[in-house]
Design a protein around this ligand. Sequence first.
Ligand code: UGA
Length: 438
Amino acid sequence: MRLTVIGTGYLGAVHAACMAAIGHDVLGVDTDTEKITALAEGRPPFYEPGLDEVLTQGLASGNLRFTTRLNEAAAHGEVHFICVGTPQQAGSRAADLRYVDSVVNGLVPHLRSSCLVVGKSTVPVGTTERLTEHVANLAPPGVRAEVAWNPEFLREGYAVEDTLRPDRIVTGVNSSQADETLRRVYAPMLSAGVPYISTDPNTAELVKVAANSFLATKISFINAMAEVCDAAGADVVTLADAIGHDTRIGRRFLNAGVGFGGGCLPKDIRAFAARAQELGAGPAVAFLDQVDEINGRQRTRTVALARRMAGGDLTGRSVAVLGATFKPDSDDVRDSPALAIAAALREEGADVRVHDPEGTANAALAHPELYCETDVLTACQNAELVLHLTEWAQYRELDPVKLSRVVRVPVLIDGRNALAHDEWRSAGWTVKALGRSA
Ligand code: UGA
């Protein structure tokens, strides 16, 4: 099928390359010339494991091309996927839909034949309904463009795997024709047995924000337990292991630490709360404000712990921060707890050096006041305090004995509860962590 994928960020670039990999004729579109040039040359504009392979494969097969021109896209696609960002609006909790609207306004007047416009971006419930009317007004005479929503559940770091082998596909459609079209797009996944849920657009849009809200709530729940553990002198990791054995609860997404970040969970729960309020259902999701608050508190609790370990004052203290991205296997620093904590420590006068295997370029752009190092040992040189804030695999492989000889004072705060504390303690380190009676 001839598909266009409009918006080639984390979601769109992966979607475009993966749709080409399953045999579609794909045109990727973005207004960012630099990004399009890089993609067309087979260079992913961000770090995502496995993306370079599918991208190169797609370009070589001729199934995948890129352009900056929406009118070219309008001529190409039987199905147009909208994959642009829906960030948080400045000064509000609501989502900013200007990029979605501008794609629709730029694309639809150029359409030459009937097609399906499919949103994948995370949007407030009711967006398909609103766009359906708008698209009908914008479409040239004789052209029928139907709107559907097909939320995406990929995780950064596993984006290619999640797109090629999703745990479910959800589509929100208004007609059996749209349903059939989307079933044809995803035919290889359907024949591989991937659960396929075809529903109305409102439900599909809500599924996405409900899923992310549940995940955020699960993380904040365990972080709330970590706070109680600290107050009571108990251990949150043992608690998570113990409750996680109940399959109704499950151990995944119960890792206590500095909390969640990234371009999705934080803004999605805020946008959901704002939209629910508009709909008169604000009280039903008022708990999401608490989820957000608990999440933010883990950052301030970590800074307070660092201050305590520094004897009450961070001024002039040499601090190494391991990790800048919001999670491992990504170069994304959007709303990253690690970077927010590093910036707060700097704000309190500490001499902060940040290490990250992939995120230092983005970290330096977001926080030019921080020193970013590409070598862990250099970052830790003469440190009086080391904070482990993003759980990259390479940090678990650090030799605590070797590192203890590099730092000035061997004190570790494990903000992800991911290092082998006993080993570090045996190597002479003082190890502290939230939720572990720190
Ligand atoms: C999240 C969802 O997991 C995806 O299903 C969804 O498609 C995506 O948002 C999206 O809406 O696009 P992602 O933002 O890539 O994916 O990251 P997650 O793996 O969900 O992690 C989010 C944050 O939670 C990270 O900062 C991570 O470190 C933190 N986290 C995760 C914890 O603090 N504890 C945990 O137990 C798990």
